[in-house]
Design a protein around this ligand. Sequence first.
Ligand code: NAD
Length: 513
Amino acid sequence: DPHNIQQVLRELGVAAENAAYSTGLQWGGAGQNLKTISSPTDGRKIAAVAMATEADYDTVVRTAQEAFKTWRLVPAPKRGEIVRQIGNKLRDYKEPLGKLVSYEMGKILQEGLGEVQEMIDICDFAVGLSRQLHGLTMHSERPAHRMYEQYHPLGIIGIISAFNFPVAVWSWNAMLAAVCGDVSIWKPSEKTPLVAVAVQHIIKDVLTENELPEGIFNVIIGGPEVGAAMAADPRVPLVSATGSTRMGKKVGEVVGARLGRALLELGGNNAIILTQHADLDMAMRAVVFGAVGTAGQRCTTTRRLIIHDSIYEDVKSRLLSIYPKLPIGNPLQEGNLVGPLIDQQAVEGFTKALAAVQAEGGTLLTGGKVLEGADYATGTYVQPALVEAKNEYHTVQEETFAPILYLIKYSGGVDEAIELQNGVKQGLSSSIFTLNMREAEAFLAATGSDCGIANVNIGTSGAEIGGAFGGEKETGGGRESGSDAWKIYMRRQTNTINYSDQLPLAQGIKFDV
Ligand code: NAD
């Protein structure tokens, strides 16, 4: 075992379990319907997991319902204290958990560790938040009346997560939900269930040490059908779903039909604008990290580069000197910057998109090959591709979850570049590189970028947890993580108290009986 991964699994407690769900303290549903999980890095089997049945799902929901009755009574700062302990446990397990993220998902080790760091950061954020779940007070129009609002816990939060951020996105949701007094049920991606099992073991220790009831944090292993059950279930007032737009449309429709809440974090088609006033040395680092980091499998990956024609050839030749030298290979090996795609299906998506964009008139400048040979025996390693294209091509309009960067030329002012940037269905992340203040402000104005994230002289990927994360249009409109994203995890109540001996009606209505 070159990476000593079985040792890592033992350290994380994963090897001991073969169960379909966990209600915090107990594991259940063992033995049936086993699915083998193998690493995209070397194709080796890591472990097998049991997939949950409908009965398992029901057990988990009922346990969560019970736990909610207790958890919502725990004062918010005390709930924060539990989250603080979870953050500390994650610090203890950062190395092995980061390694497992890297091995199961295929991102480089530095990014695997970074993902665990993000979990720790959101724990810290949530601890502070646990003392700041503020409502407003308002002046009543009636004498001797007091009016204010408060936020109450909502109930069970269903969390459906994607393979590419297999643990961080869960923690954005679960830690905020926990301080808000909610309980959560996590349905991780069926492509990356082992990291979820590992996280649940870490949580379990904290729950045991604090003698907390079962069901505050639950995990259920399964495919889309489990996510679909959660979307349809009125016992789950909020479903937070991260993944493809195709998935989000289904989940949004089903949750909407029962008038539940959906928090949708879906696909992106993110662009960086390089104007003639860009600092190109700086920009190149952002572009390359954004386009090939995580092998193009981030929702915020840079997919389009909108370049002013006066600097187009310069940018193109800089990229052409960097791309062929990118170190591609085993993500656990130091020095490699590009790991594998998650599976064969993703590789197929990559090669098909490249064929399609060339058929539409695009020019493949470099890359695009599936790597072969002993180090790449899984067939999941690809050479990041650079393609000259037009924004309106069908292929460019879609999110291909792989490292393809489209070079798009513009010749007019910054308005033209912004129009191209906005000219897709998705609206997650966007950025401009310019040292010109008018261009930067135009990009950030109401008539500028239409995305949930708009950056100046920073790339599209690598958001911090302090801000609200999410995007517009087909990205789904959800916001999670920082700022006031916590509000969706609570129900708001407006309270008016009359401390007079009269009963005046609002709007001055007379109603004498
Ligand atoms: P995916 O849509 O295939 O799966 C995501 C999750 O949804 C999985 O857990 C899956 O089991 C579940 N699912 C699938 N169909 C479902 C259905 N009908 N009902 C309920 N659940 C269902 O996505 P993926 O391949 O795992 O992840 C890649 C996608 O996720 C990309 O489009 C990427 O942009 C997006 N993403 C978005 C964000 C964001 O914050 N906006 C973050 C990460 C990933």
